[in-house]
Design a binder for this molecule. Structure first.
Ligand code: NAD
Length: 361
């Protein structure tokens, strides 16, 4: 039997409820497809502050590093009421998240966005675009570019002048480009590089390096698009995209745009990968402290994150397909949590939604 070590961060707010359901589905998939998961709980964010006084410990990093992948619920609390936010910024829950991403070298962020037939009514796009459907993946560089460049604010000629810098090296671009092409081979064999190469030197380097990488993948269709055009195309006809590869800031903006057009935040998984197959998998939404502990949170984004874990870190593609198909069937059978409920469907809680998916795996 194939054995895998998985670290589990239950997280804060709705985290423990949604992770419990994702684990249930993973274990069911393991039984069906012949693998066993060795699960170890580790702590991050608010839960780690409560237990150890800090949002991230060395032990959490070490255990995570030794495992094949990390499954995580969201972290953080209500900034207005939670005592975690009376701590200095470097001791708050979010500092733990940035810290673990850095410690694990997670440079590639994957945010898929697709439209389920059953949830089309929530899609804000024009009917003709929604009818075509879409299934795309934004692959965003996570550790370089404008957010990590040198910055300063100075007084010059009697006024404030602020500067940010956007730097990328060939190696930073090459490692994520390789990931994008590898992942495209697990999807529909298409990569679109999104940049601003008509203006920026850094974008021209992205094109040069990515084009070189593309030569090694003759089976993958490669093209590029300017970021302003991509922002328009995402709302005009998102069906044209498969893997969208882009730098940090463009990816930050485009991945939020891509989630918006699905119309359902409770459905969106994400993954952050390093150079090996290792990754951290979490829903795209936050810890929703407003609905924590009420058995009403939608666990599907976390369950779909677990499917990504199976596909990208464990190469258990068949099990990943089965989990994604089970989610589709549950929706087709008319079950909905409150956030995606519409008249004529059956409203279920977090736990029951997890059971329904597990039954269909
Ligand atoms: P949020 O995503 O937690 O919630 C926004 C709204 O969506 C809320 O009304 C919430 O009830 C609803 N919602 C979110 N997920 C849902 C689900 N699975 N099912 C049903 N409804 C859901 O965003 P927020 O309120 O801005 O942030 C809350 C906390 O989460 C903050 O501490 C924030 O820092 C943190 N956060 C963490 C991550 C992460 O861990 N990666 C990401 C975003 C926000």
């Amino acid at each position: 039997m194939r054995e895998y070590d998985i670290s589990v961060i239950k997280g804060d707010g709705i985290g423990p409820e949604i992770v419990r359901e994702a684990v249930k589905v993973l274990e069911t998939a393991g039984k069906k497809f012949g693998f066993h998961l060795d699960l170890t709980d580790i702590y991050l964010g608010g839960a780690s502050i409560d237990k150890f006084g800090v949002p991230l410990t060395e032990e959490t990093v070490e255990t995570a590093k030794k495992s094949d992948a990390v499954l995580m619920g969201s972290i953080g609390g209500d900034a207005k009421t939670s005592p975690w936010y009376r701590l200095e910024p470097s001791k708050r829950p979010e500092a733990g998240l940035l810290g673990i991403r850095k410690a694990l070298g997670l440079f590639a962020n994957l945010r898929p966005a697709w439209l389920y037939d059953e949830l089309k009514s929530a899609c804000p796009l024009k009917e003709e675009a929604a009818d075509k459907g879409f299934d795309l993946l934004i692959m965003r560089e996570l550790t370089g570019g404008l957010y990590f460049g040198k910055r300063q604010t100075l007084v010059q000629d009697g006024q404030l002048v602020a500067t940010d810098t956007l730097t990328y090296s060939e190696s930073e671009i090459r490692r994520i480009a390789v990931k994008a092409f590898d992942i495209a081979r697990k999807r529909r064999n298409k990569v679109t590089l999104v940049d601003k190469a008509n203006v920026l030197d850094s974008s021209r380097l992205w094109r040069k390096v990515t084009s070189e990488v593309a030569e090694g993948y003759p089976d993958v269709t490669y093209s590029w698009m300017l970021v302003d055009n991509c922002a328009m195309q995402l709302v005009r006809d998102p069906s044209q995209f498969d893997v969208v590869l882009t730098e940090n800031m463009f990816g930050d903006i485009l991945s939020d745009e891509a989630s918006m057009i699905t119309g359902s935040i409770g459905m969106l998984p994400s993954a952050s990968l390093n150079e090996t197959k290792f990754g951290l998998y979490e829903p795209s939404h936050g810890s929703a402290p407003d609905i924590a502990g009420k058995d009403i949170a939608n666990p599907l984004a976390t369950i779909l994150s677990a499917a990504m874990l199976l596909r990208y870190s464990l190469d258990e593609d068949e099990a990943a397909d089965a989990v994604e198909e089970a989610v589709r069937k549950v929706l087709k059978d008319g079950y909905r949590t409150g956030d995606i409920y519409t008249e004529g469907t059956t409203k279920v809680g977090t736990r029951q939604m997890g059971d329904l998916v597990a039954e269909r795996v």
